[in-house]
Write a protein that binds this ligand. Structure first.
Ligand code: ADP
Ligand code: ASP
Ligand code: MG
Length: 441
C-alpha cells in the first residue's frame, strides 16, 4: 500500500486532473490512498473571499468558475460541489453581515477547497472506469486539537485511520480512497486546519498510520532542491535527504514540505518520495532515516524573510542564570516563539517572526535589561553536516566577504544539521545566490 499526495499545482485545472488521474491509475496495483490539496490557488482565493466578506462583499466568482469549468471540461456532473458552493455562499453572507471572522470560521471556510477537489477527482476517476471514493478527513478519523489555523493531530488518529481504511488495505474495498489533505475536526466536531501546506502532514500521517510502503508527495518541482528555485534557477534536486534534514529545511522556510510533516513518518521509518507531477520521469528525492552513503557536506540552503531581531543586554539585576530565566519566562508569558538564538552570559540575541506583536514582551523584558528590536531581517540557513562546520563556514564567509556582506548573527542548531545566519532582508536573495554558488560547485 502507498500514499500519493498531490498538491494544489498538480490538480490546478482539468488538464492537470486528467494527468494526475493517469498517474493514480498507473500505480493502481500498489493500492494507493490518494490525498489531495485544493485546486490551484483555491485556498488563497477562499482567504481573499473571507477578507472581502468581512468588508461586506460576497464574491466567490473565481472559485466557482474554476470548479464549474473544470467539471464541464472533464464532462462530469458533481452535484456535491454545487452543494458545497451554496453552503460557502451562505457562510460568506453570514460573515458579511456580522463583519466578523474568527479563526474558527476561517478554518471552516477554507476547508471547502479540499472538500471540492476530492469530490472532483473521485467523480472523474469513476467516469474513467476506476472505482474511487472520496473522504473528508474526519471520515477517516483525523481528529485534532482546537488550535484553529495550525491544529495538531491527536494521538488517537494512529488507531482511527487504520480502522477506517482497513478494508481497503486488506483488499475488501476496491474503491481507491481519495482523501482531503489539510483539514480535520476537533473533539467538538468543529472543522480545523493543520496550517498552510498541511496536506503534506495529512499524507505522512495516513502513510505512517497505515504502515504504507511509501508516501509520495507529488509537486511541481523535481523533488527537494538545493534551494528555492524562485531565488536560484540553477537549484538542483537532492536525491536523498534525511527526515531530520527535511524537517529543518521545512522549519527554516523551504515551502516544499509542511514543517511538521516529518513527525509521523519518522516515527515509523516510512520513506517519503518527493516527485514532480509535471515531469514524472525525474527520480525525485527520497527522505529516509539515514544517508545510504556519505552525508553530504551541504544538502540545501533555505531562507525566511520578515524576521525581527531582539537584542537583550542584561543590566545585571538578575545575575547570569537569573537573566536567561527572566528572558525566557517573558517569552513564555507572551506566547512568543523564538526561531534562532545566540547568547553570552550577559546578552542574548533572538529572532522572531516579524508579524509578532512585541510591545508587551519588550516592556516586560526592559525591567531587567536593555532591549532593542530591529525588523526587516532574514534568516538564511545551511542544512548541512555541521561536523564540517569550519570548512563550510570558511567557504561561505569567503564568498560573503568578497561580496561585502556582513552577517549579523550566526547560530548552529542543536540538531547539528543547520547553521543559520541573520542578514538584512534586502540582502537575503543575494546571500542565498552567493552561498549556493560557493557551496554547490
Ligand atoms: P504543493 O502545493 O504541491 O505542496 P508547494 O507549492 O507547497 O507544493 O511546494 C513546492 C514549491 O516549493 C516549489 O514550486 C518551489 O517553488 C518551492 N520551494 C522552495 N524551496 C524549495 C526547495 N528547497 N526545494 C523544492 N521546492 C522548493
Ligand atoms: N490547500 C492548503 C494550502 O494551500 C493545503 C496544502 O496545499 O497543503 O495551504
Ligand atoms: Mg505545499
Amino acid at each position: 500500500m502507498i500514499v500519493m499526495k498531490f498538491g494544489g499545482s498538480s490538480v490546478a485545472n482539468a488538464e492537470r486532473i486528467r494527468h494526475v488521474a493517469s498517474i493514480i491509475q498507473a500505480y493502481k496495483e500498489e493500492r494507493p490512498v490518494v490525498v489531495l490539496s485544493a485546486m490551484g490557488d483555491t485556498t488563497d482565493h477562499l482567504l481573499d473571499a473571507a477578507d472581502m466578506a468581512v468588508n461586506g462583499t460576497v464574491d466567490i466568482a473565481k472559485v466557482e468558475k474554476l470548479h464549474f469549468d473544470t467539471a464541464k471540461e472533464l464532462e462530469i456532473d458533481v452535484p456535491a460541489i454545487k452543494e458545497l458552493l451554496e453552503e460557502l455562499k451562505f457562510l460568506l453572507t453570514g460573515i458579511s453581515m456580522l463583519h466578523e471572522l474568527t479563526k474558527r470560521t476561517r478554518d471552516y471556510l477554507v476547508s471547502f477547497g479540499e472538500r471540492m477537489s476530492v469530490r472532483m477527482m473521485a467523480a472523474y476517476l469513476e467516469k474513467q472506469g476506476t472505482s474511487a471514493k472520496f473522504y473528508d478527513a474526519w471520515d477517516i478519523g483525523m481528529v485534532s486539537d482546537s488550535n484553529y489555523m495550525s491544529a495538531e493531530l491527536l494521538d488517537e488518529v494512529w488507531d482511527n485511520i487504520p480502522k477506517a481504511l482497513g478494508d481497503y488495505k486488506n483488499g475488501k474495498q476496491k474503491e481507491i480512497p481519495i482523501v482531503t489533505g489539510f483539514i480535520a475536526k476537533d473533539k467538538n466536531g468543529i472543522i480545523t486546519t493543520l496550517g498552510r501546506g498541511g496536506s503534506d502532514l495529512s499524507a505522512t500521517m495516513i502513510g505512517a498510520a497505515m504502515k504504507a510502503d511509501e508516501i509520495q508527495t507529488w509537486k511541481d518541482v523535481d523533488g527537494i532542491l538545493t534551494t528555492d528555485p524562485r531565488i536560484v534557477k540553477e537549484a538542483r534536486p537532492v536525491p536523498e535527504v534525511t527526515y531530520e534534514e527535511a524537517q529543518e529545511l521545512a522549519m527554516f522556510g523551504a515551502q516544499v514540505l509542511h514543517p511538521r510533516s516529518m513527525i509521523p513518518c519518522r516515527k515509523t521509518g516510512t520513506p517519503v518520495r518527493v516527485k514532480n507531477s509535471y515531469n514524472i520521469k525525474s527520480a525525485g528525492s527520497v527522505i529516509v532515516e539515514k544517508h545510504s552513503g556519505e552525508t553530504p557536506r551541504v544538502t540545501a540552503i533555505t531562507s525566511v524573510k520578515n524576521v525581527s531581531l531582539i537584542d537583550i543586554q542584561s543590566n545585571n539585576m538578575f545575575g547570569a542564570c537569573g537573566f536567561l530565566a527572566h528572558v525566557f519566562n517573558q517569552f513564555l508569558k507572551w506566547n512568543v516563539s523564538v526561531d534562532v538564538i545566540a547568547t553570552s552570559e550577559v546578552s542574548v540575541s533572538l529572532t522572531v517572526n516579524g508579524k509578532t506583536k512585541l510591545e508587551g514582551l519588550v516592556e516586560d523584558l526592559k525591567r531587567g535589561a536593555d532591549v532593542t528590536v530591529k525588523s526587516n531581517k532574514a534568516i538564511v540557513t545551511l542544512i548541512c553536516d555541521a561536523s564540517h562546520s569550519s570548512s563550510i563556514l570558511e567557504d561561505a564567509f569567503k564568498a560573503l566577504h568578497e561580496a561585502d556582506i556582513n552577517v549579523q548573527m550566526i547560530s548552529q542548531g542543536a540538531s547539528k544539521v543547520n547553521i543559520s545566519m541573520l542578514v538584512d532582508e534586502s540582502q537575503a536573495n543575494d546571500v542565498v545566490q552567493i552561498l549556493h554558488k560557493a557551496l554547490f560547485k
